[in-house]
Design a protein around this ligand. Structure first.
Ligand SMILES: Cc1ncc(COP(=O)(O)O)c(C=O)c1O
Length: 411
């Protein structure tokens, strides 16, 4: 149980300080207990607690959209607000389908995702997602296909920086074009860095190649930046870090520093203008949520953005990246370690699985870390780390040392 939080630390139910190695759930990028956010939300609730976003608006939603457009990759300045990452993903997929139809490409109804991807828990997200346990109990959309994932331990173990091998895996989109016909494919969605599956870094030049193939075939490219958005890799979005501009970006989490539930979908002018062609009274996109652009969430988001910009948090991960990678790569000398994948302020530390007990070692490590005052997250037998961007070098060393000590001890 977690009962309080401030800065880099949680307090547990039994009164202990817990160093937050995960920014909550990849979302509290500016650290916990930010007073500016709490006051902005309180003030907003007192002056305008709620306003519908259907046919009506309120100023803060527009201010927030404009501020977001300023930090977005070039041209992605049209913004649709949602209530979470899952809603952002479903919204992006629906915008892609509606756009293709609006521009006379109505045969493009197929969506392409990737194995091992996580895109939230809506039916759209699990359909393009590639995690078997998130899919096997439920039905998924038809007309969805998947590219292969990019994890290649035979060639890329313990890389410092991006994996050297695997750019050609982007050609899997070409394979799906040959199989289905480009004129049936609306969009392809990928996480620039796959997070929840255990942190898989994109092979060098993979994303550029994917962009080229998608463009060549009129397929929209969606980057799911729910984790990578808002400074995780050392720039506002991964798109800027990798210098690849998609057509649509999905975000949530760090958007409000995790303090209020909210997501945002960024689209290019082309996508927006292609879709929004109807007369004044027409509804071009039959989609939207009661809580789209909620005033209190907008207030939280604006306050979070002020902090990110004032405190230089969008570039902080780039400043710390070298230290982060070096500290964590030390773990390769500890027992049970198969791979360490680190960039920006994100990392996956993969442990070997116990025979017939997948996930057991990761779970044990999670528990022992918590006992020792460190919050990490286990994705199967991979420990995933994504601390608040306000972390300092000593705290990074403490994370690495705690993991090192525990991993030597566990069975
Ligand atoms: C890449 C990605 N997309 C979507 C989601 C879903 O976000 P939410 O849990 O806010 O619905 C997540 C959550 O971790 C995510 O990592």
């Amino acid at each position: 149980m977690l009962v309080e939080a401030s800065g880099m630390y949680y307090r547990s139910g039994d009164g202990r300080e817990i160093l937050d190695g995960t920014a909550g759930l990849w979302c509290v990028n500016a650290g916990h207990g930010r007073k500016e956010i709490a006051s902005a939300v309180a003030a907003q609730l007192e002056s305008l607690d709620y306003a519908p976003s259907f046919l009506l608006g309120h100023p803060l939603a527009f201010q927030f959209a404009e501020r977001l457009a300023d930090i977005a990759p070039p041209g992605l300045d049209r913004i649709f607000f949602t209530g979470s990452g899952s809603e952002s993903v479903d919204t992006a997929l629906k915008i892609a389908l509606a756009y293709q139809r609006a521009i006379g490409q109505g045969t493009r109804t197929r969506l392409v995702g990737r194995e091992r991807a996580y895109h939230g828990v809506g039916f759209g997200g699990i359909s393009v997602g590639g995690l078997v346990n998130n899919r096997r109990m439920f039905t998924t959309l038809h007309g969805v296909d998947h590219m292969r994932h990019t994890h290649d331990p035979s060639r890329n173990l313990l890389s410092k920086g991006l994996p050297e091998h695997g750019a050609e895996l982007a050609d899997d989109l070409e394979r799906l074009v040959e199989l289905h016909g480009a004129e049936t494919i609306a969009a392809v969605i990928v996480e620039p860095v796959a997070g929840s599956t255990g942190v898989l870094l994109p092979p060098r030049d993979y994303l550029k190649r994917l962009r080229e193939i998608a463009t060549r075939h009129g397929i929209l490219l969606i980057f799911d930046e729910v984790i990578t958005g808002f400074g995780r890799l050392g720039s506002p979005f991964a798109s800027q870090h990798f210098d690849v501009v998609p057509d649509i970006i999905t975000t949530a989490k760090g958007l409000t520093n995790g303090a209020m539930p909210m997501g945002a979908v960024f689209t290019s002018r082309d996508v927006h203008d292609g879709l929004m062609q109807g007369p004044e009274a027409a509804i071009e996109l039959f989609h939207g949520y009661t809580y789209s652009g909620h005033p209190a969430s907008c207030a939280a988001g604006l306050a979070a953005l002020d902090i990110y910009q004032r405190d230089g948090l969008f570039t902080r991960a780039a400043e710390l990246e070298d230290h982060w990678q070096r500290s964590l790569l030390e773990l390769q000398n500890a027992p049970h370690i198969v791979d360490v994948r680190a960039m920006g302020l994100i990392a996956g530390v993969e442990l070997s699985s116990r025979p017939n007990e997948p996930g057991a070692r990761g779970y044990q490590l999670f528990l022992e870390c918590f006992e020792k005052g460190l919050l990490v997250r286990a994705s199967g037998d991979t420990i995933v780390l994504s601390p608040p961007l306000i972390i300092d070098r000593d705290q990074i060393d403490r994370i690495a040392q705690t993991l090192f000590d525990i991993v030597r001890k566990i069975t």
